[in-house]
Write a protein of this length. Structure first.
Length: 138
C-alpha cells in the first residue's frame, strides 16, 4: 500500500493566505421581531444587501401559515413578487431555521410576508397576533 497524494495535510502555514484573512471579530447581528397584523404583513427588514442567520417562527392559528422571504430592498408586493424561500408553520407549531455561521445571503435586501397559503401568488391575509417572527441578520 502506498500513500496517496491526499494522505497527509499541508503544514498550517500553507493553508493561510492573504486572501483568507483570519479574524476574531464576532458577528453581531441585528434583530427583527414581527407580530402579525390582520394582513399579509408585507415588511422590509433591510433595504440593502444582507445576511440572514436565523428565523424563529411561532403560529398560534388553527391552520398552517407561511412565512415568505424575499431578496428585495423594499416591502414585497404580495402575490406578484416571487419569494426566495417559503417556510411552512403548522397550526399551533413553531419552526426554527438556522442558516449557520455563513448565513443565507440576500444581495438586494431582506423582506418578508406572511400568508395563509403556500403558493407564491397567494394574497390571503392572516389574523392579528397569529404569527410571531424573530429574525437575526446583518
Amino acid at each position: 500500500m502506498q500513500r496517496g497524494t491526499y494522505a497527509t495535510e499541508p503544514i498550517p502555514a500553507a493553508q493561510v493566505s492573504s486572501s483568507q484573512p483570519v479574524t476574531s471579530t464576532p458577528i453581531n447581528p441585528s434583530a427583527s421581531n414581527i407580530n402579525s397584523a390582520a394582513s399579509t404583513n408585507s415588511t422590509s427588514i433591510k433595504s440593502s444587501g444582507g445576511v440572514l442567520y436565523l428565523i424563529a417562527i411561532s403560529n398560534s392559528a388553527a391552520g398552517a401559515r407561511y412565512v415568505k422571504l424575499y431578496n428585495k430592498a423594499s416591502a414585497p408586493t404580495v402575490g406578484t413578487d416571487v419569494p426566495i424561500l417559503v417556510i411552512p408553520v403548522a397550526a399551533g407549531a413553531s419552526e426554527y431555521v438556522d442558516f449557520g455561521v455563513l448565513g443565507y445571503r440576500c444581495l438586494t435586501g431582506i423582506a418578508l410576508a406572511i400568508t395563509a397559503n403556500m403558493v407564491d401568488t397567494d394574497t390571503t391575509a392572516i389574523g392579528a397576533s397569529e404569527v410571531k417572527v424573530a429574525i437575526a441578520y446583518t
